[in-house]
Design a protein around this ligand. Structure first.
Ligand code: FEO
Ligand code: CA
Ligand code: CA
Ligand code: CA
Length: 636
């Protein structure tokens, strides 16, 4: 989501220690090993190139063998010379459920029932799941939020139960089958037995320590074990057993809390009036009437795209948060480690270590793997080390007297638990990416313009910029294995420093300018792909004047070179990326082309900023399929 939408949620008023109080920022550069060099370089120059790791050069990397594209402000997608880019599966196309494929109507007159069988709005996290290697597979993707100005023929001039229902149907997750034809072009396969939509009213099972908890029970679900819907699904990750993980991010914006909100509700960003006007026609989202419904969102959901009959699950052991997404690593002995950030100002970074080992046999053999294990919150210390603090009921300050009588209460109130443990309040952690060979983790910290402002936390070593409008990428390596409880960290890059413009003008190989990193994809060849999400309120002006439209860049982790690979249409966000196993096709999502600063289009002038991708009467989020004209692997 763009900055000001996310930025409304900055409810962490805990008094966790500022890292300056722990040790001197001057010690940031006194770090051993590869991260020492990275940290020193990042803090030494603040250039927008990645700092080259000082460790052994990886032998499996690739040169960034493409010509960088310049910044662009056009209403188009630009890719390097020799590459092809084509948009498929835009919002409103049928997903391909057999016998039920309502055609897109570009006056937005499709009904809620139609929308529930069509691609949702605002494409985000994305994965290609092979059915037949690199020529046929499933695209599984999130639809983060909606623009009601585009979704309904007259926008929000009137408001009704049927509009709420259509907005709910445009949220969630899509599974759509795609295949590459003889001419190399990709297209959806319709009908497909795999085609599926999950909306804000699809049934989800609840598992883990919060399942059945008193705080999860509602009048409609007295057992507290079945939730209708997932919403605000942002980033995503795949598990080694073939399931899709999706984060429920800004769920708080969908609930109305009234003027008598509790301190706990305020800590979770619950506002008196909801930003999304669902509660006016769907009482479930009125937290004054159904306060526990609010606890039933903010989870990581697990979906098995290969089993169309499977019930998706909310995995509560991973903690409740404004989860951007979830990314999975595997320990040497085969346990799963799930990293997850909370994209809100001054919130936290988490990891979950499974108790059991991943079993052979796919999703069915691992159906309880993410229900048992240990959840931790990250603390970044100023000497370049860090510690994972366990969120376990009965341990340390997490006592019954403090409001944590059981593990269900800990995971439901993970923010309050993290406040007590002293986790580091971060600059909006978004996507994570994992290098399984170097056992290194990367996380975008997209921005936080409130850092260092009156009444808010000041800078610390991990979040070193006041008024951090440009963001950066932080990296760490666990001590021992991915289940380690200590780590060493540094910054890969602090983005958008004014020095970037000069760097780029010189043609310096350090890197191309960008701001507000958000999406990440680690490519096994040693490339970290970075996507950006500067908001429509800030683009093209001030320090963003040289950056143009949001974009996707590639960082060669061996050399530290960052190179711009793609620029998106006007006022879009570039988010979600997945490569086929042969590296010859790259799928990239373009979210909200033509978004207005208010995030609500004028229904009388829906194309005011953009007509992407098809020149129609409404701009539409879509998936861009990128190939090389010569059929060779991407990026070489
Ligand atoms: Fe939905 Fe944090 O971007
Ligand atoms: Ca966005
Ligand atoms: Ca974002
Ligand atoms: Ca995001």
């Amino acid at each position: 989501m763009p900055k000001h939408f996310d930025g409304m949620e900055d409810s962490n008023r805990s008094a966790n220690a500022d890292i300056h109080a722990v040790s001197s920022p001057a010690r940031r550069t006194v770090v051993g090993g590869a991260l020492g060099a990275a940290t020193a370089a990042a803090f030494g120059s603040l250039l927008a190139g990645c700092a080259a790791p000082g460790g052994a050069p990886r032998t499996d990397g690739v040169v960034l063998g493409f010509e960088p594209v310049p910044v662009d402000t056009g209403d188009r997608v630009v890719v390097p010379r020799g590459y092809l880019a084509e948009a498929i599966v835009p919002w409103g196309e049928p997903v391909g459920a057999p016998g039920r494929m309502p055609a897109w109507r570009d006056d937005a007159s499709n009904t809620a029932d139609d929308q529930a069988l069509q691609m949702g709005m605002h494409h985000d996290g994305l994965h290609y799941v092979p059915l037949d290697g690199s020529t046929r597979g499933l695209l599984v993707m999130n639809h983060e939020y909606v623009d009601d100005g585009l979704l309904h023929p007259d926008g929000m001039k009137t408001w009704s139960a049927s509009k709420v229902r259509k907005a709910q149907a445009a949220h969630g997750v899509s599974v759509v089958e795609v295949a590459r034809g003889a001419d190399g072009r990709w297209a959806p396969v319709r009908p497909s037995p795999y085609a599926r939509r999950f909306t804000a009213y699809s049934p989800f099972a609840v598992s883990g320590p919060a399942a059945g908890h008193p705080l999860m029970r509602t009048a409609a679900d007295p057992d507290g074990r079945t939730v209708l819907g997932t919403l605000n699904n942002c980033a995503s990750g795949m598990t080694p057993w073939g399931t899709y993980l999706s984060g429920e991010e800004n769920f708080a914006f969908y609930f109305a809390g009234g003027e008598q909100r509790t301190a706990d509700q305020r800590r979770w960003g619950l506002a008196a009036r909801a930003r999304e006007r669902w509660a006016e026609h769907d009482e479930r989202f009125d937290a004054t009437k159904h306060p526990n419904e609010f606890h039933r969102f903010g989870w990581v959901v697990e979906i098995d795209p290969l089993d169309p009959a499977s019930t998706p699950v909310k995995r509560t052991a991973l903690g409740r948060a404004a989860h951007e997404g979830a990314s999975v690593a595997t320990t040497r002995d085969g346990r799963a480690v799930v990293y997850s950030g909370e994209d809100a100002r001054f919130e936290y970074l988490y990891k979950f270590v499974s108790r059991d080992r991943i079993a052979p046999g796919g999703a069915k053999a691992n159906r309880e793997l993410l229900d048992h294990g240990t959840l931790y919150v990250a603390r970044f210390d100023a000497d370049g080390t860090g510690r994972w603090l366990p969120l376990v009921a009965g341990q340390g300050p997490l006592t019954a007297a403090a409001g944590f009588p059981d593990q269900g209460a800990v995971v439901i109130r993970s923010r309050q638990a993290s406040d007590l443990l002293g986790g580091t309040k971060m600059d909006r952690p978004e996507w994570l990416a994992i290098d399984p060979v170097r056992r290194e983790v990367f996380c975008t910290l997209t921005n936080n313009s409130a850092r260092g402002t009156p009444g808010n936390p000041g800078v610390d070593a991990a979040n070193p910029r006041a008024n951090n409008t440009m963001g950066g990428v932080i990296r760490w390596t666990e001590d021992g294995d991915f289940d380690g409880t200590t780590f060493r960290w540094g910054h890969l890059v602090l983005a958008g420093d004014p020095a970037n413009a000069r760097t780029e003008a010189r043609g310096d190989v350090r890197g191309d300018i960008f701001g507000c990193p958000d999406g990440l994809l680690f490519d096994a060849r040693g490339v970290l792909w970075i996507q950006t999400d500067a908001s429509a309120t800030q683009m093209y002006q001030g320090e963003f004047r040289n950056i143009g439209n949001n974009q996707m860049l590639a960082c060669d982790l061996r050399t530290g070179v960052i190179r711009r690979f793609l620029t998106g249409p006007v006022n879009c966000e570039v988010t979600g990326a997945s490569l086929t196993p042969d590296f010859r096709t790259l799928f990239v999502n373009i979210q909200h082309p033509g978004e207005t600063p208010s995030e609500r289009s004028d229904p009388d002038a829906p194309t005011r900023f953009s007509r992407w991708p098809d020149g129609g009467t409404r701009p539409r989020s879509a998936t861009v399929v990128i190939r090389r004209a010569d059929g060779a692997p991407i990026g070489t």
